[in-house]
Ligand binder design. Sequence first.
Ligand code: C5P
Length: 251
Amino acid sequence: MSTLAILTAAGSGTRLGRDLPKALVQVDGVPLVLHAARRLAASGVVDELVVTAPPGATAGVRDLLAADPLVGLPLEVVDGGATRQASVAAGLAHAGADVDVVLVHDAARPFAPAALVRRVVAAVRAGHPAVVPGLPVVDTIKTVSRGEHQTAGAHASEAATAAVEPVTGTPERAVLRAVQTPQGFDRDLLVRAHAAGAARAGADHLAATDDAGLVEALGERVVVVAGDEAAMKITTERDMHLAALYAGRVA
Ligand code: C5P
């Protein structure tokens, strides 16, 4: 019995506007992928690590993680794919025979605390084959109809002529959760989910944005455990400033 963590770090991070992959952008002098790997290792429940890196950056990422005394886990670094889903599938193909639990974690969430990692693995090992951390949502969320943009009439001001999207619903906020990573799975279930969803992996508009979505598509049960604000995702420059708040504080 062994737990593998797949750390996805192959994104380009174009929304961050830097000229290097997001996972290599630094907070507090440390690349995001290294922050994330250190916390996975600190959890004490991860036995091995497979990192998906941007093609061309694998050797650099391997050197970075292998040399860090706070990581110290058996490590493989593999080329990522065209989408996050394809990258996870590439990582999953490197799972050793003894792996029974797989965590999938985004390097874009570098400060997911070790305690959160333990919580997710504990829930999988307690008999939940698919586990995601999630937080209650503070905003009211609307669903909209895309591609039905309408513009206002002839007398409209500049603001009113902006594209609009018709609202199609307001889900009850109390039952919404914003989900994070690491997500944890029974290995066989995750392999089955990725195999069933493989046709979606090649294109951004089709690909799953998280692994639990692929499990849900099989009709299998997914459960949510309490997430953590420190597991926030870095997408924009503003997020970099927020993340820096957690850099020195989160174990
Ligand atoms: O782009 P986004 O922030 O949604 O990516 C989420 C995570 O998936 C990031 O850690 C990113 O490095 C990773 N990713 C990947 N392969 C891709 C795209 C994203 O490993 N092709």
